[in-house]
Design a protein around this ligand. Sequence first.
Ligand code: ADP
Ligand code: MG
Length: 692
Amino acid sequence: MNGALHDFLNTDLQFIKGVGPVLALRLSELLGGRRVLDFLLHIPRYVRPREISESILTAKSGEILTIPVQIISHKRGGTFRSGRRAPTQVVTRDKLGAELMLQFFGSSFLDAWLEKLPIGEWRIVSGRLEQGRGGATINHPDFIEKPENRAKIPEFQAIYPTSEGVTQRLMANVRDGIFAKLSDINIDAPNREFFDALRSIHYPTSNDDLAPANKNIMRLAYAELFAHQIAIACTRQRRKRGIAGRSVSGDGRHREKLYASLPFKLTAAQNAAITDIENDMARPEPMMRLIQGDVGSGKTIVALAAALNAAECKIQTAFMAPTDTLAQQHFAKIKPICDSIGIVCDILTGRDKGAAQKEKLTSIRSGRTQIVIGTHALFQEAVQYKDLGLVIIDEQHRFGVAQRAALTGKGDNPDLLALSATPIPRTLSMTIYGDMDITIIAEKPVGRMPIRTSTLANERIRALTARIASQIDAGAKVFWVCPLVTESEDMDFAAAESRYEWLKKYFDAGVIGLVHGQMDKKMRDAAMADFADANGKTKLLVATSVIEVGIDVPSATIMVIENAEKFGLSALHQLRGRVGRGSAQSFCVLLHGDNLTESGMKRLGVLVETDDGFLIAEQDLMMRGAGEMLGTKQSGWIPYHFVDYREHRDLFKLATRAALELTESDPALATAAATIARDLMFIFDREIKLEG
Ligand code: ADP
Ligand code: MG
């Protein structure tokens, strides 16, 4: 990119004609930046056509009408004695004599309006036409121009997303100022195509010009993806080359015992995942692998196999879960296996205190403890490992990238294995976890009966309780998930509490339990544990969506989810995965509002129809778009300017391939061919330090 172009893109908007510091400030709030470049990446949302019409008679109500009219009469409005306010009306006629009324409400600018519309003269007016009792009317036309100034009315007006104090007119002015300047700058050939496409999009002549399938949009989307993928590929390459890990390749003695002890055979997908991991660990560079597998696909065993591989080489593993409860659960499963193999496995959470904690820490420091399961506590300052070589993170999506880094800091470039039960379509995971290698476990253990899922309107909730009561009598255990009212935990908790009280009317109070995020941890764990315990009293557990994480209660067979329409499909699928873990038939009931729309019904129907988490995730993505699917809070969600996750999925592949080819042949992006990549990385703010 030549210096002039680069400098211009970096120019502060206040220096664009007609802007100045005040408007630049307002623009910066809208655009998230105050450079010319920030404006250019902010594109119109749609087009308002303002071609001149010949007659009012052919115009449709609700559409924009732009037409030359002659002013016939004025009728001044004002406030009547009754207090009712009448608009000021201007009667006009088109050249065929058809009448068009212009109406102005309020009183402050009346004279100004009337001055613009002198009786007997012709004006071109443009605005939204309403055909009502009063005939053809435009309220507050957007444009009123003399016929000789018709050029001031854009034939196709680009409508930008705006914010307070930023009008469409300002946006158009800024855009015109920028592109006028840009045409004076000599844009080098490789970038010309990009800026030409950008210009077409800022001056659209139809909504098709702004559709994801438009070739200019596709070109920009591709460029954006390419910039992103290059940045990822570079980061990843640097990781692979720059950091010395070590080769870990055990003799298999522990793993053999593990496999022999299992009451089942591993699925092919589990075996393939273990092979991927073993290969990674055998390489001298640190592993960075994400295992994605639907709930119940058996990721824990896969992770354990990795830990045993490390243990065979006398290397320690830290296995981190997002909550105490989950850590406990993993520990309860893994500890007996380790005992039988003859290696030391321990648990470390924030709860450990005093002498007991000290003892645990000493054992970890000495290297006696080979597998430590726990929460964030595993990475506190006090914890020192003899030789931490493998870090496993369960429910990876709960942890941010920064945390990932903190974890691996405890060892000497340890291998990292992340597990995630959030099935994210491949197109998305490439951008979100682009710096990781990914293995998907797409298969579930055989013999699992699919969960029978049904939808039910809220008004039938009483009938449902009766059915559930009889199931409980027959020995069933039930999860009852309460609506996600708001983002606030408080409200969710209130909903759960009142449902809990309500259910007490229909069930023996002793069998109902309650868990929510606001509860004291000890009480929550106790409530969970009682529900999980075969001899526990709790048969029906009322919960907020805190149970979404991998709580394993194989004997639970019924899942009720209230206000299911408020959840994303993937979240529902996660919740549903809490049942169907044993061999008995399980059920999931999706309660929904009584007036659920057809499309809402269709959405829930996806869950009734399929149990395939990836398919559900794809559907979710198709129906709601990625932003909502991942939730705004989700770390790693990438806001693109031009990319549409739904429509541009093929571009993801193309851009990724091109980025890999380039970074493999020219890792430093030093050749002339890589200049465009560098330019795009600058444009899309994906610059990374390439050296080092
Ligand atoms: P998730 O992938 O959701 O973490 P888990 O690892 O908790 O799944 O496994 C779910 C259940 O399936 C566990 O009870 C586990 O023992 C069992 N399981 C794992 N692999 C198999 C298999 N190959 N065949 C049968 N059951 C299995
Ligand atoms: Mg799990």
